[in-house]
Design a protein around this ligand. Structure first.
Ligand code: SAM
Ligand code: SF4
Length: 443
């Protein structure tokens, strides 16, 4: 009798992993697997992992430990690890975890079907974590032009050459490459044709798109081409490195109608001394000057940021410089992280005498300040009528739909799923920490 095979996939980390996981789903469906939502129902369990902080990495080991009893019960179960921890650890993961069957790195997602089939038929344990050459990587860029969502990520570049001193990404994702613009634009047009209305262009540092000669046009030019694409209503991009945020790109916020008035522009620290030790390539003043220019071309732009607390050697004065920068910029949201030493990075070699409790205390102060600022932004939305691009039914399943404002805030309001893909005016009636509640105006 034909037995359908089932897989369970768990994804950790950033948008790059989300896109890789979409590809994993396609590849596994191609060899007869169906996705399930319970690990206990699966014949194959895969974890797509993140190594950016120690906590993220430990989480992976924690989850794998939880799947081990399933493997004890059912020795035919295949257990695999992909993504950044797989890339970092490689074969060592198989040595550490006797119950693991396969390990695939960030450049080897395309090999997954043959690896799974090798484990199925020969019960061999395998690993593939070689970095590929540029030409092969360009041929293997993830492309997905089907599906039924209103918003989609489109990868424009991969890898990173910046080597910020704290960051593992260049070590586990490899060198930076940009995808040819013709391919990006083709994918965007195909997505528009199947109903996608919002495109988020993604890469570790999208601002350096095309800088190395690939991609042929600047990132600003690419945005202008997408702006002219029929069917696409909104454009976003992430992540922007401040040092590569050109005037040409800043001007796009004034000239391109579909580009949303929000930018995620990670500052990491407000202290020049720490920024230099982080190898970020800009000073506090240079960062603030770019913020001023953004606000000049697009007065209602909102900014969000990433900030690291407790970088090795961070003094109270350095930390206060970060707080003062936050008060000056007034970010709508900040993703803040306690510094975590990563293997192979330059910062991991720096002397570090800051006690964990001191780091935590600074982190708490930063969170409290940001919460005050964010509350003001949320309150400013109250009573306003904002355009919401509807994405689908709310997760609560209570007759509501959800969508996002141009500032990227989630709004829930009464409505049915036929609104998906439409931009509707919604009056904001209540504001919460992570989302707004509203009522639709035009019916
Ligand atoms: N490429 C993006 C950029 O340059 O902003 C994001 C890269 S990383 C996946 C996301 C965020 O994680 C970074 O912006 C940084 O704030 C944080 N991060 C990276 N390495 C870290 C570390 N070792 N400890 C704490 N936070 C870290
Ligand atoms: Fe990491 Fe810096 Fe590259 Fe971002 S730009 S991925 S923080 S090395």
């Amino acid at each position: 009798m034909y037995m359908e095979k089932r897989f369970f996939l768990e994804t950790f980390g950033c948008q790059m992993n989300v896109v890789d996981s979409e590809r994993i789903v396609d590849l596994l469906q191609g060899i007869g697997y169906r996705q399930v939502v319970q690990p206990g129902d699966a014949d194959l369990i895969l974890l797509n992992t993140c190594a950016v902080r120690d906590k993220a990495e430990r989480k992976v080991y924690g989850h794998l430990g939880r799947y081990k009893p399933l493997k004890d019960e059912n020795p035919a179960l295949i257990l695999g690890v992909g993504g950044c921890v797989a890339q970092q650890e490689g074969e060592k993961l198989l040595e550490k975890l006797s119950y693991l069957d396969l390990v695939f790195g960030t450049h080897n997602v395309h090999k997954l079907p043959e690896m799974v089939q090798a484990v199925e038929s020969n019960r061999v344990r395998c690993h593939e974590t070689e970095f590929l050459d540029q030409e092969t990587r360009l041929q293997l860029f993830p492309v997905r032009t089907a599906g039924d969502s209103v918003t989609r990520f489109v990868t424009v570049m991969q890898g990173c050459d910046n080597f910020c001193s704290y960051c593992v990404v260049p070590h586990v994702r490899g060198r930076e490459i940009s995808r040819p613009s013709a391919e990006v634009l083709h994918e965007v047009r195909e997505l528009a044709a199947v109903g996608v209305r919002e495109i988020t262009l993604i890469g570790q540092n999208v601002n350096s798109y095309g800088c190395k000669g690939e991609g042929e046009i600047s990132f600003a030019r690419l945005l202008a081409e997408i702006d002219a694409t029929a069917g696409i209503e909104r454009i976003r991009f992430t992540t922007s490195h401040p040092k590569d945020l050109s005037d040409e790109l800043i001007d796009c916020f004034g000239s391109l109608k579909k580009l949303c008035n929000h930018i995620h522009l990670p500052v990491q620290s407000g202290s020049d001394r720490i920024l230099q030790m982080m190898n970020r390539g800009y000073s506090r003043d240079q960062y603030l000057e770019k913020v001023r220019r953004l606000q000049t071309v697009c007065p209602d732009i909102r900014l969000t940021s990433d900030i690291i607390v407790g970088f090795p050697g961070e003094t109270e004065e350095d930390f206060e410089a970060t707080l003062s920068l936050m008060s000056q910029v007034r970010y709508a949201d900040v993703f803040s992280f306690i510094y975590s030493p990563r293997p192979g990075t330059a910062a991991a070699e720096l002397p570090d005498s800051l006690a964990p409790a001191a780091r935590q205390a600074r982190f708490d102060r930063l969170l409290a300040l940001q919460e005050e600022i964010a509350r003001d932004w949320r309150d400013a939305d109250l009573g306003q009528v904002l355009d919401v691009l509807v994405e689908g039914e709310s997760r609560q399943g209570n007759g509501q739909v959800f969508g996002r404002t141009r500032w990227n805030r989630i709004v829930n309001f009464d409505g049915d799923r036929s609104l998906a893909g439409q931009i509707v005016p919604v009056r904001i009636t209540r504001v919460f920490r992570n989302s707004h509640l509203g009522e639709r105006l035009d019916h």
